[in-house]
Design a protein around this ligand. Structure first.
Ligand SMILES: [Mg+2]
Length: 346
């Protein structure tokens, strides 16, 4: 297959290519999508709009030596949608802006688009605008996502109250375990190009790293059951630092229990291989895109049987501090040494 250099194509044609892939799912709200100076949106009168934006920079937020471009496109939508979902809102539209160096071919950018398109199709999200510029070196993807919700159903980080239950979805530390495996295989491969990476036994954790899913299913389930969380956040930087956000903004403390924190067996085994304790991976590993939320104690019966939600502890008064109770009953202060974007550069 012959590859097409990007400078044969031009920015305008690239944008047109993106526009062709687009389906408008929320036709009632999008009056004008791509094609004019600006998009035109008309939200329902009784809804509020939430807006969030996230930028992904090559070699800081992703490494193309193990991240396929199609997955990168998909994940770039996911990380934004996850923030909309963490407000308890239904994601509806995105704008997509790319800075691309000429070392990429048209076929490579098509792969990236395909991942973006697939995620938008899965979550019924419209691409309503974007921009395309050239970059001197790497690839930069900047996405803005918008969603809608009734004002009274919005969930902020600051509503947690003492005695509320602390809940998480899925299992934690999984995407970080996937990252450790991918980085190890890359190192071995660089040392010996004939080496065939052995990823077969690690599919679950690698999938979580390269193709996470936002928990739209969970906010739908909670809505069905008439449960409105008092506070919510998505877990992008690790449980510990997200708990800090909720407690600081709600002016509370918390107690969580090591034996209640959901960790997959594969993650525990990988933690052993890397001489890290599984609980450290779950507390500080980033990029799981699960939800962390609090609910009033009297709603325990409503959620206790939901698959994929674990109650890991409760909210306390601020002066009681933030603690993890470990498996031998010791209280260990929770530090927010999450995986912020500057630490990732190291
Ligand atoms: Mg977030």
């Amino acid at each position: 297959m012959s590859l097409t250099p990007l400078n044969n194509i031009g920015e305008f044609a690239l944008l047109e290519r993106l526009a062709k892939l687009i389906n408008i799912y929320n036709k009632d709200k999008v009056i004008k999508g791509i094609g004019d100076d600006a998009a035109v949106i008309k939200p329902d009168i009784d809804l509020v709009q939430v807006v969030t934006t996230d930028m992904l920079v090559e070699n800081i937020h992703f490494d193309l030596s193990w991240m396929p471009l199609k997955h990168l496109g998909y994940k770039s939508i996911v990380v934004n949608v996850s923030d909309v979902v963490a407000m308890n809102a239904i994601p509806a539209h995105v704008t997509v802006t790319l800075a691309i160096s000429n070392r990429f071919t048209l076929e490579a950018i098509d792969e990236l688009y395909e991942g973006i398109r697939l995620a938008c199709e899965n979550y019924k999200i419209d691409i309503i605008g974007g921009d395309m510029v050239s970059s001197n070196q790497g690839l930069i993807i900047s996405i803005t996502a918008m969603g809608y919700i009734n004002k009274e159903n919005l969930v902020y980080r600051n509503g947690a109250k003492p005695n509320d239950l602390i809940c998480v979805t899925g299992d934690l530390g999984t995407a970080y375990a996937g990252l450790l495996i991918l980085q190890r295989e890359k190192k071995t491969f660089m040392a010996n190009p004939y080496y065939q990476p052995d990823l077969q036994n690690y599919e679950y954790v690698i999938e979580k790293q390269i193709k996470p899913e936002p928990r739209i299913d969970i906010i739908n389930k909670l809505r069905e059951l008439n449960i409105l969380p008092t506070a919510m956040i998505d877990i992008s930087d690790g449980l510990s630092s997200e708990l800090h956000h909720i407690c600081r903004q709600s002016n509370t403390g918390c107690r969580i229990y090591e034996d209640h924190i959901p960790i997959d067996m594969m993650v525990s085994n990988i933690a052993d291989e890397f001489y890290i304790s599984p609980i450290t991976m779950a507390l500080h590993g980033g990029e799981d895109y699960e939800l962390l939320f609090t609910i009033p104690l009297n709603q325990y019966d409503l959620i206790k049987n939901i698959d994929d939600i674990s109650v890991i502890g409760h909210i306390t008064d601020a002066n009681e501090g933030m603690y993890l109770i470990n498996n031998i009953g010791e209280a260990i202060e929770l530090k927010a040494q999450g995986w912020d974007s500057f630490k990732k550069e190291e």
